[in-house]
Write a new protein. Structure first.
Ligand SMILES: [Zn+2]
Length: 439
């Protein structure tokens, strides 16, 4: 067999079920998959391309479990505000004025490129104009799970009936030959959707085996309102509507009580995507990670949109999360580095129901791989690879990125897009967005 690519040398941080680290090893890739992993020098082979990865870590591409890619152009537009003011005074009015397929495409191209430079190979996104997001991510080479945020009042009436399901089925059909693109169903939140919309989503998700992606218990007020209106806590309300019967990714999950966690844990289909930096900046609160872990709930991380974070750096997200929760629990043994690294790799793959394909480096899995250069002062010496990855490394050490067996970044150069053109576009849009803000 002639391989497409062989990564030669380096330490492979597999994140397999034994958490094996294979030093001085090679990964052979063909047809988008990992075909073989073997010690360097142990066998002879032919490959169309060989990449020297000695003195590197080979890690699974990182998985971002909650993002809003097209918000990239809103970075730094309105900061230092409470969530409700930020959303209702700035973000939603601007989105109502500006969101068109072309802007979504251009902003996604920017955000997706930025993600790849940060070691991210997959993102779970929620926004509007799904085709534009799909096309921009395909162009860059980023794997994406796309959903359209369903908001009653703002969405056309068609969303409230079964056409939501039909639309996703059509999109799945349209992109069926594109292995990077998949679709999920995203009622925005319990406060932006009616009970009927939420119920319809649960049914469609169940009938068509589609993932649910939604915001949950991000601020205290959301919980108080739910109790007032529905006489139920948010998770109880979701259960009543059937949303715990399907695989679900719940972003934020801050104000959740223990009884609610037990409901989430019952079927084992629910995962929480914690967005620490966004929550810190908006002072929304702290996700109760320790309690979630005690209840056996699958945890992963999301950057959220850059309008609230303001970066798409999952490595920092992981580092801040690990350190913050040690401090909050007054326990330095809490969330050790290896556990934190699972949040952005194998746990995230499990949340997506894709743990057989993504999230670890094993023969037969999809080749989504990040190469981390250790030739940096801050990455040396290495005693414990997880410690380096969680506490020391920054994204500039991500040297190469391979997604679906294709090189999308080499020596920090993006292969499928022109970075300067993306920067120029952002400057153009800034003028347009400023004008729209003034009007
Ligand atoms: Zn969000």
């Amino acid at each position: 067999m002639i391989f497409d690519i062989v990564l030669e040398g380096g330490s492979i941080i597999t994140m397999d079920d034994k958490n094996r680290i294979l030093s001085q090893s090679c990964i052979a890739i063909k047809d988008g998959k990992i075909q073989a992993i073997f010690p360097i020098g142990s066998s002879s082979y032919e490959a169309k391309q060989k990449i020297d990865t000695r003195n590197c870590f080979i890690i699974p591409g990182l998985i971002n479990m909650h993002s809003h890619l097209p918000m990239t152009y809103f970075r730094g537009l309105a900061d230092d505000l409470p969530l409700n003011t930020w959303l209702q005074k700035y973000i939603w009015p601007l989105e109502a004025k500006l969101i068109k397929p072309q802007l979504v495409y251009d902003a996604t191209l920017h955000g997706a490129s930025e993600m790849i430079k940060n070691g991210i190979s997959t993102t779970n996104d929620m926004y509007f104009c799904m085709n534009s997001i799909a096309d921009a991510c395909s162009q860059v080479g980023l794997r994406v799970f796309i959903s359209e945020a369903l908001i009653d009042n703002e969405s056309p009436k068609e969303y409230r009936d079964n056409t939501i399901g039909r639309r996703i089925t059509q999109l799945k059909e349209e992109y069926k030959d594109n292995p990077l693109i998949d679709f999920t169903l995203a009622p925005h939140s319990i406060y932006a959707c009616s009970a009927q919309t939420l119920k319809t989503c649960a049914k469609i998700a169940k009938d068509n085996n589609i993932l649910i992606h939604t915001h949950l218990s991000e601020i205290r007020e959301e919980v108080e309102n739910c109790l007032k209106i529905h006489k139920l806590k948010p998770v109880e309300y979701l259960k009543e509507l059937g949303l715990l019967e399907v695989r679900g990714i719940f972003a934020h999950g801050i104000w959740i009580e223990e009884e609610e966690m037990e409901l989430l844990a019952e079927k084992g289909l629910s995962s929480i995507a914690i967005c620490t930096e966004s929550n810190l900046k908006l002072s929304s609160g702290f996700a109760p990670i320790k309690k979630y872990q005690e209840k056996g709930i699958n945890l992963c991380l999301g950057t959220d949109g850059v309008a609230s974070n303001n970066n798409l750096d999952l490595l920092t997200e992981m580092s801040v999360t690990a350190k913050l929760h040690k401090a909050l629990n007054n326990d330095p043994t809490m969330l050790p580095a290896q556990e934190a690294f699972a949040f952005v790799t194998i746990n995230a793959a499990k949340a997506l129901g894709k743990e057989k394909e993504l999230g670890s480096l094993e023969t037969g899995k999809i080749a989504d791989i990040a190469v981390v250069s250790l030739q940096e002062l801050e990455n040396s010496p290495v005693y414990n690879p997880y410690s380096l990855l969680v506490y020391a490394i920054n994204s500039h050490s991500i040297r190469d990125m391979i997604i679906q067996g294709k090189i999308v970044m080499q020596n920090r150069q993006l292969c499928n897009v022109n970075e300067q053109q993306i920067l120029d576009k952002a400057a153009e849009y800034k003028e347009m967005i400023l004008q729209a803000t003034e009007k």
